[in-house]
Design a protein around this ligand. Structure first.
Ligand code: G3P
Length: 217
């Protein structure tokens, strides 16, 4: 499973990228707001750090305007993925932009039927939001599994990009189900390294090592 980092925080992206943890980046208008940066400037900076797909989201609601915005965003760098919402206009923009050779990420997906439409419109990535479904007592991971089954039934090439990933369990389950990609905030990716038995085992090793009185360096 590929790891995308869901942030426009350049320092966090650079740190994780240096460890080989970043196969791509996803941003959205809320994350641009959080960064306090200009969308074109910060997206260009991110594309200079990460060689994989970098999603930049359009903000118009009409297809023709989404297409114009998408074409402008795509000029930033060859690894830009234009992100469009899963609306009828978004699907129209997806079709035009993907036919023109651009990578497209269709976002705000909450049902298998929406995922089917995005695949038929030529989406490179579909972004089902796991955490936001859990927020309303639905099962976000079940949606990932259902999309996996349906895409495999018909050999759709659209990649499942599990988004709104909030917990380490979400990450493990998405990998088990077979999501192609998951995108998570930097803090969730860092938490994947933690285990209480690792901490306890290390503390014991340190205690015992001190008793040996030895040094390696
Ligand atoms: O990639 C979509 C993601 O940013 C949404 O996450 O936690 O705001 O639901 P969240």
């Amino acid at each position: 499973m590929k790891f995308f980092v869901d942030t426009a925080d350049v320092a966090a992206i650079a740190e994780l990228n240096a460890l080989g943890m970043v196969d791509g980046v996803t941003t959205n208008p809320s994350l641009i707001l959080k960064s306090g940066r200009d969308i074109l400037e910060v997206t260009k900076e991110i594309c200079g750090i990460v060689s994989g797909p970098v999603s930049a989201e359009v903000v118009s609601l009409k297809a023709d305007e989404m297409i114009a915005e998408g074409l402008k965003l795509a000029k930033i760098a060859p690894n830009i993925t234009v992100k469009v919402p899963l609306t009828w206009d978004g699907l129209k923009a997806c079709k035009v932009l993907s036919d023109a050779g651009h990578m497209v990420n269709v976002t705000l997906c909450f049902s298998v039927n929406q995922a089917l439409l995005a695949a038929k419109a030529g989406a490179t990535f579909i972004s089902p939001f796991v955490g936001r479904l859990d927020d309303i007592n639905l099962d976000g991971l079940e949606l990932i599994a259902d999309i996996r089954t349906i895409y495999d039934n018909y050999d759709f090439k659209t990649q499942i990009l599990a988004a709104s990933i909030r917990t380490v369990n979400h990450v493990a389950e998405c990998a088990r189900i077979g999501a192609d990609v998951m995108t998570a905030p930097p803090e969730v990716i860092r938490k994947l390294a933690s285990h209480p038995l690792t901490d306890a085992g290390l503390a014991q090793f340190m205690k015992d090592w001190e008793k040996t009185g030895q040094k390696i360096l």
